[in-house]
Each structure stands twice: as structure tokens, then as C-alpha cells.
Design a protein around this ligand. Structure first.
Ligand SMILES: Cc1cc2nc3c(=O)[nH]c(=O)nc-3n(C[C@H](O)[C@H](O)[C@H](O)COP(=O)(O)O)c2cc1C
Length: 368
């Protein structure tokens, strides 16, 4: 394929932002905020700046408050020091001609008392999500969490809003709400982890309420075209009991219908890691991204296992507007240039995915 003929390399308009290509760097937790304040470091600024030729960069999942924590050395966006640290990142990315959104996350019940001086984390209900948390000591099994009070839910929503404001102050170009499998938002969506009897549990509308309350709060800070959300209706690793069930398809139908009115920057959808045959979401098996295209009116970003070839193909087929790449970005800071010149991709070292400071982080060379 000629360079000019690759849809991945075409620019793309999202509101007032011009993405110079349709290659997006997906969020990658890399565990390099190795300081007690979980402050982004100059090393992180260097890492993101190296990858600034992507049309858009997404930060690693970033904690919206101190209760949101559940994975070692992941930065936050709730203290003045963290905002200052992120300024270093956004300035470095902008200096290299890139754009970057902050991914706002909360891990809810999937955390561990190791992060809270022995206190239990909170989730939608007092139900063990049966997943694992990477604590300062080691990987540990999750426990039965505390149930969020209604007041804590309202406070958490306000914390998303404050984090969105902090992201703006730190110089980000927008925010992506992290609602991928395992996190707090899908814990509310899933009947397996949400057995609440108040307005946040029970019906689909109630389980999904927090999604829209968070978005509405964030939209008080940002124009809708600077706000995105990342979901997957299918299981990925370490999601414990939050696997797809009979409620998943109707829940997503409701979400997609309502989100269609939001004019978001994009809806980021993560594809299936495995065959869906025989699962409650089998209907998605042969038609995965088209299902979202048909049921969502707005810009769509596709993710999971894409290559240069399949990324160009899904754009060509009109089933997505943007394609995000996660693992390929670990060892290929110049992924866009490699696509442009049809150069081979390097493989990252899994031992340094989540730890290792410079090693396996900023030391992957460009192809040329
Ligand atoms: C090391 C690593 C860290 C990740 N951290 C995050 C994260 O912080 N937030 C998120 O939404 N997804 C995270 N993901 C998922 C990726 O963003 C992406 O959805 C996934 O890797 C599939 O895309 P790929 O096949 O191009 O890698 C992570 C994946 C990996 C491998």
C-alpha cells in the first residue's frame, strides 16, 4: 500500500482538534511514578514525548482521588504536585507536536487494603470481585470491599470533575473516562458486583446512572468534543466475576443510545480477546465493531490487537474513525513512521511492562 493510501495516516478532525493521523496510543499503565506522592516524573515526560507522532496520545490510567488507587506506582491527578508533574508531560508532548488526553480512572473494589493502611477499599456492593491487585508487596487477591454510601458516590463523581479540571490546568487536550473492564464504572454496570437497592443499582438505568453523572460532571469543565469514554462489553484478563452476562447486551444498548446524544470526542471500544461463541455476548462474535457502528451515532475508536494492516482495513471499511494501539507502542515509539515506511515492529520485554524505570521504557530505539 502506498503511504498516501493508508487511512491510518490521514489526518482527522475532532471538534477543534486536528489529529495529524488516525493512529492513537492507547493507555498503558507502566508503573513509573515511583515516588510516595505518585507524581509524574521527567522520565515519564520523555517517554510520552518520544511517542508524540501519534495522532493522539492517551495517558496511562490516572487516579482521580486517593481512594481510587489499586496498582503500584501509578500516578494520580488529584494533588497540586501531580498537576505540576503532568505539566511536564503535556509540555514535552506539545513541544514535539503531539496531542494528549488524560485517562481518568478509579479501581473501586478491585483494590486492596495494602493501599489504605489496612482499610478496605469500597465498591458498589460488598461483593468480592475476585480479581487481583498489584500492591507494593506483590500481586494479592481482592477481598470483600465496603459498600459505597450514596454520599461517597456523589463525592466520587465530584472527584472526577475536579480531576478533569486538574487535567485542564495541567495542559491536557482532553480527558478519557476509564470504564474498561475491572474498573469502578464496570463494577457498577455489572449485576455480579452491583446489588445495590438505591438509585445506583437494580435496573439498567440505575446501574448506568454513574456513567452519565460522571460525564455530566466532566462536561461542566470540558467541551464534549474533548471528552471520551473507554468501554468493553467483553472480558479481558483479571476481571474476576465481571464477565459478560445476560444483562451486558441490553446494558450496552442503553449506554450507546444515550451516549449518542453526547457528541463526545469518541467512544473507545476494546475488542474481544477470545472467541465469544457460547457466551452471553455471542451476538458480537462476527460483527463486533459494526455492532457499535450501528448502535452509536458518533466517532468510534477501535482497539485490541490491531496491526498496520487490520487498522487500515477497519478504517477503509468505515467501521471505525480512529484506531488505538497499546502493546505496539511499548517498543515502537515511532509506530507512525514505521507504518509510513512499512518497517518491521520491535517486540517489548514483558518483564518491564509495569516496572523497571528507564529500562524497557525510554530505551527502545527508533527504526531510523
Ligand atoms: C502494560 C499495559 C498496561 C495497560 N494499562 C491500561 C490503562 O492504564 N488503561 C486502559 O484503559 N487500558 C490499559 N491497557 C490496555 C490497553 O490500553 C489496550 O486496550 C490493550 O493493550 C489492547 O490493545 P493492543 O492490542 O493494541 O495492545 C494496558 C495494557 C497493557 C499491555
Amino acid at each position: 500500500m502506498e503511504t498516501a493510501a493508508q487511512p491510518l495516516l490521514e489526518n482527522y478532525q475532532v471538534g477543534t482538534l486536528t489529529l495529524k493521523n488516525r493512529v492513537v496510543m492507547a493507555s498503558l499503565t507502566r508503573g513509573r511514578a515511583t515516588n510516595p506522592g505518585l507524581v509524574p516524573t521527567p522520565l515519564m515526560a520523555e517517554y510520552y514525548a518520544q511517542r508524540a507522532s501519534a495522532g493522539l496520545l492517551l495517558s496511562e490510567g490516572t487516579w482521580v482521588n486517593a481512594h481510587a488507587i489499586g496498582f503500584i506506582n501509578v500516578p494520580g491527578i488529584y494533588t497540586p504536585e501531580q498537576i505540576e508533574g503532568w505539566k511536564g508531560v503535556t509540555q514535552a508532548v506539545h513541544a514535539n507536536g503531539g496531542l494528549i488526553f488524560s485517562q481518568l480512572g478509579h479501581i473501586g473494589a478491585a483494590s486492596h487494603p495494602d493501599f489504605f493502611n489496612g482499610q478496605l477499599p469500597a465498591g458498589p456492593s460488598a461483593i468480592n470481585p475476585r480479581t487481583r491487585s498489584f500492591t507494593p508487596e506483590s500481586f494479592k487477591d481482592s477481598l470483600t470491599p465496603r459498600e459505597f454510601t450514596a454520599a461517597e458516590i456523589k463525592k466520587t463523581i465530584q472527584d472526577y470533575k475536579q480531576a478533569a479540571k486538574n487535567a485542564k490546568d495541567a495542559g491536557f487536550d482532553g480527558v478519557e473516562v476509564h470504564a474498561q473492564a475491572g474498573m469502578l464504572i464496570p463494577q457498577f454496570l455489572s449485576v455480579a458486583t452491583n446489588q445495590r437497592t438505591d438509585e445506583y443499582g437494580g435496573s439498567i438505568e440505575n446501574r448506568a446512572r454513574i456513567v452519565f453523572e460522571i460525564l455530566d460532571a466532566v462536561l461542566e469543565i470540558w467541551d464534549s468534543t474533548r471528552v471520551a469514554i473507554k468501554f468493553t462489553p467483553v472480558a479481558i484478563s483479571h476481571v474476576g466475576i465481571m464477565t459478560p452476562d445476560e444483562e451486558t447486551i441490553p446494558t450496552f444498548r442503553y449506554l450507546l443510545q444515550k451516549l449518542s446524544d453526547y457528541n463526545l470526542a469518541y467512544l473507545h471500544i476494546v475488542g474481544p480477546a477470545e472467541d465469544l461463541t457460547g457466551t452471553p455476548v455471542e451476538v458480537l462474535q462476527n460483527d463486533y465493531f459494526n455492532h457499535f457502528r450501528q448502535n452509536y451515532r458518533g466517532r468510534l475508536m477501535a482497539n485490541w490487537g490491531f496491526t498496520q494492516e487490520s487498522g487500515n482495513a477497519i478504517l477503509e471499511a468505515g467501521l471505525a474513525d480512529l484506531v488505538s494501539f497499546g502493546i505496539p507502542y511499548i517498543a515502537n515509539p515511532d509506530l507512525v513512521e514505521r507504518f509510513a515506511h512499512h518497517l518491521p515492529l520491535a517486540q517489548g520485554d514483558q518483564n518491564t511492562y509495569y516496572a523497571g524505570e528507564e529500562k524497557g521504557y525510554v530505551d527502545y530505539p527508533r527504526a531510523r
